[in-house]
Design a protein around this ligand. Structure first.
Ligand SMILES: C[S@@+](CC[C@H](N)C(=O)[O-])C[C@H]1O[C@@H](n2cnc3c(N)ncnc32)[C@H](O)[C@@H]1O
Length: 205
């Protein structure tokens, strides 16, 4: 069963800021200047939708955005965001169930894959890979383990918490980086945040 962030929608951003300060926001904002002007952008799992406002700061106009979010409460918050003069289509569905009629120049997956078991990661990754144009950019941000003891403690606590509140299916981090390697993506740029616990990368297909 897919996770549902409905129960956490009202406090998610505040909790994130409390634990990580601005790190999770900065990690995503870092990627946005890589979105080319006038491109078609697929955002998956954007949460409360603040990323739409940050994207509008970089590109106030010209973008065609498709915003897919499984949680209806997260979606409701996202719909109230100021996305400038960009065009946004909202799809309130699990992304793996969405049949897209177009391919995109850019795919953005901010803290999406950490919710998944390996099997779901592979399925969703394959689906998104198919939707990205050849030469297109994939902007991904997520947690990683680089050997510091507290990273595992923090990660396990998050999994326990979000499993109890939102029913997320996994209790270990799936192999996200490996998917990009297996599908032959090249890394354009990469930066870590929060003492390497978070990694943001721009991949080219
Ligand atoms: C960990 S939260 C991250 C939210 C946001 N990106 C942020 O950084 O604040 C993951 C988000 O992905 C959404 N999500 C999880 N599985 C999904 C799926 N299969 N399709 C679309 N959205 C999904 C959840 O509802 C949730 O809003």
């Amino acid at each position: 069963m897919p996770s549902n962030y409905d129960n956490s929608a009202w406090f998610y951003d505040r909790l994130s800021r409390l634990i990580y300060g601005k790190a999770l926001v900065n990690a995503q904002v870092y990627l946005l200047p890589y979105v080319p002007p006038n491109s078609s952008v697929l955002i998956v799992g954007g949460g409360t939708g603040w990323i739409l406002e940050e994207l509008a700061r970089v590109h106030p106009t010209g973008l065609t955005i498709t915003y897919v979010e499984i949680s209806s409460k997260m979606m409701a918050l996202s719909k109230s965001r100021n996305y400038g003069d960009n065009r946004v289509t909202y799809i309130n569905q699990a992304v793996e169930d969405v049949i897209f009629t177009e391919k995109f120049d850019v795919v953005i997956t901010p803290f999406l894959f950490d919710n998944f078991k390996e099997e779901t990661l592979q399925k969703v990754f394959g689906h998104l890979h198919h939707q990205l144009k050849t030469g297109g950019l994939w902007l991904n941000t997520d947690f990683q383990l680089t050997g510091r003891w507290w990273q595992n403690v923090l990660l396990k606590s998050m999994f326990l918490f979000f499993r109890a509140i939102c029913g997320i299916e996994t209790s270990v981090l799936p192999h996200i980086e490996q998917q990009f390697k297996q599908h032959d993506y090249s890394v354009i740029t990469e930066k870590t945040f929060f003492w390497e616990f978070v990694v943001s990368a721009v991949f080219s297909k």
